[in-house]
Design a protein around this ligand. Structure first.
Ligand SMILES: [Fe+2]
Length: 219
């Protein structure tokens, strides 16, 4: 039973929408984030790592009833199940990367009026929020993700380990994410994870995408 105020699976799916079990097109050219993220990094990250999560998922689900479910539902239903640990890891990583590419923009973007007001009220400014997103994401021990989420309607910055995604754990609904697995930055930044985060969060986060998510959340 979800806790009071905690969205149930139907509400989470209504917000997230549904995705097929296929690698989506990258929403920008592989060199579009240079020099912050190199074409080589994006090529391997999208073409090898992201693709492999979908390939693994197909192998794991082939011939099972779960194979016909949308990706988001597979993530929700496999979470916390010892017998479906591999399914969860690959499905959640596939979904997290779908969301990561949409969270990035080649051009500088800004939050719309409603999201900016919520950011100002919670964090003081977009700069303060960005700083917190850098600090929180950089502090993730090992592989994982940094997130801007809505937690029962209120903005929050959180991190998750490995394939974990906020909407399974606590019903927090994601607005933006940044990948802190080493494959996301190691070719370009080696051990300098904070430099990758400062450059990416400062220049390439897609605040238009976050604003659209925030509007859907309030609808
Ligand atoms: Fe990744």
């Amino acid at each position: 039973m979800p806790a009071p105020g905690h969205p149930d699976d139907a509400a989470i799916l209504a917000y997230l929408g549904t995705s097929p079990l296929t690698l989506p097109e990258l929403p920008f050219a592989q060199n579009a984030l240079e020099p912050v993220i190199s074409e080589r990094t994006i090529g391997i990250h999208y073409g090898k790592h992201h693709r492999a999560y979908f390939d693994n998922l197909h192998k794991l689900l082939d011939g099972t009833p779960m194979a016909s479910l949308p990706l988001e539902q597979i993530v929700l239903e496999s979470h916390g199940r010892a017998d479906l640990e591999d399914v969860f890891n690959n499905a959640a990583q596939a979904w997290n990367h779908n969301f990561y590419w949409k969270s990035l923009s080649p051009v500088k973007t800004a939050p719309d009026e409603k999201l900016q007001a919520a950011i100002d009220s919670k964090f003081g400014s977009l700069e303060a929020l960005s700083k917190q997103l850098v600090t929180t994401s950089a502090s993730q021990f090992g592989s994982g993700w940094g997130w801007l989420v809505a937690d029962r309607g209120e903005l929050a910055v959180v991190k998750t380990g490995n394939a974990e995604t906020p909407y399974t754990r606590s019903g927090q609904l994601p607005l933006l994410t940044v990948d802190v697995w080493e494959h996301a930055y190691y070719l370009d930044y080696q051990n300098r994870r904070p430099d990758y985060l400062m450059a990416t969060i400062g220049q390439h986060l897609n605040w238009k995408f976050a604003s659209e998510n925030y509007a859907r959340l309030r609808a």
